[in-house]
Design a binder for this molecule. Sequence first.
Ligand SMILES: NC(=O)c1ccc[n+]([C@@H]2O[C@H](COP(=O)([O-])OP(=O)(O)OC[C@H]3O[C@@H](n4cnc5c(N)ncnc54)[C@H](O)[C@@H]3O)[C@@H](O)[C@H]2O)c1
Length: 330
Amino acid sequence: MRVLITGGAGFIGSHLAEAHLNKGDEVYVIDDLSTGFLDNIAGLQKEKRFKDRFFVTVDSILNHEKMLELVGICDQVYHLAAAVGVLYVLAHPFESIRTNIQGTEKVLELCNKFKKRVLITSSSEVYGKHLHAPLVETDNVIYGPSTKFRWSYAASKLMDEFMALAYHRTNGLDVVIARLFNTVGPRQTGAYGMVIPRFVGQALEGKALTVYGDGKQTRTFTYVKDVVDALMGLMASPDATGQVFNVGGTEEISIESLARKIIAMTGSDSTIEYIPYDVAFAKDFEDMRRRVPSIQKIKDCIGFEPKTDLNGILENVIKFMSERKGTIYR
Ligand SMILES: NC(=O)c1ccc[n+]([C@@H]2O[C@H](COP(=O)([O-])OP(=O)(O)OC[C@H]3O[C@@H](n4cnc5c(N)ncnc54)[C@H](O)[C@@H]3O)[C@@H](O)[C@H]2O)c1
């Protein structure tokens, strides 16, 4: 099997590439390194057993000729390339919308042209400002106004879903959509606001852990290897075609409790510092108070359930970051 992974030098993409290489597949990656790093896949590039079946292109998914070539030669496409992270999207508003909308349109157009199966990674952000839990795939979406720019990421991912479903309905495109909730693990960078690598990095340095807002907002976290299993399971399941699936964990924790847990697990003497949202992000910033998925649908379809609990996730991230002082990860 030949697999194309857009955004394959990113955090999740690099783990997905590794899993497909270990399965014996031929893996093609395209990444413009805007938030990804060649270091994420350097180990895979060095492995002798992957030498003749791992191919990396540093370019944008907006490059039509390059994408034409790559989609043409691969059997399946995982589309992960996107402008990711609230801080990144706020700092690069126009490029983010262009990558997330035009880039996905390009991927879908070419997958339709060559009749290739494609998995689109969407986000729990598409649900918007819900207070209830768990979030079900058929729930309404609730956004703030377009003047509050953080919603542009959610709206762009929602538009990706609409485009994918439209291609499926009108052209029969073989497509599946995975709405990822907070995915964490080794190789995730804290540079764009992702909370676990940021907190672990701060705790290991003995700095204050910076909690945004009152810290009472809650999240669930899913280990990246569990997410990779879910993505590969959805890709392999004909029953998943033309549908949207939540992919996430079910262990809900407040950000304040997460900070305390990380301080305890690292044995750090760090304190907690609360930073108002308008200082951390932008004036009138709106956050989601809760974000907990129902995973019944993906469980019924492919039997997915996360295997790694929060303690296991944190142990792995702390170990990874402890060993990498002075690298891009810390
Ligand atoms: N990590 C999470 O918690 C999470 C949650 C919800 C959804 N997602 C989605 O999962 C996917 C992967 O996210 P990630 O966490 O691995 O982030 P990431 O930033 O590590 O990966 C995204 C990759 O896409 C690349 N990229 C961006 N624009 C590109 C372009 N124009 N052409 C080629 N490559 C480009 C980046 O360089 C990066 O390597 C994204 O689509 C993201 O929206 C992630």
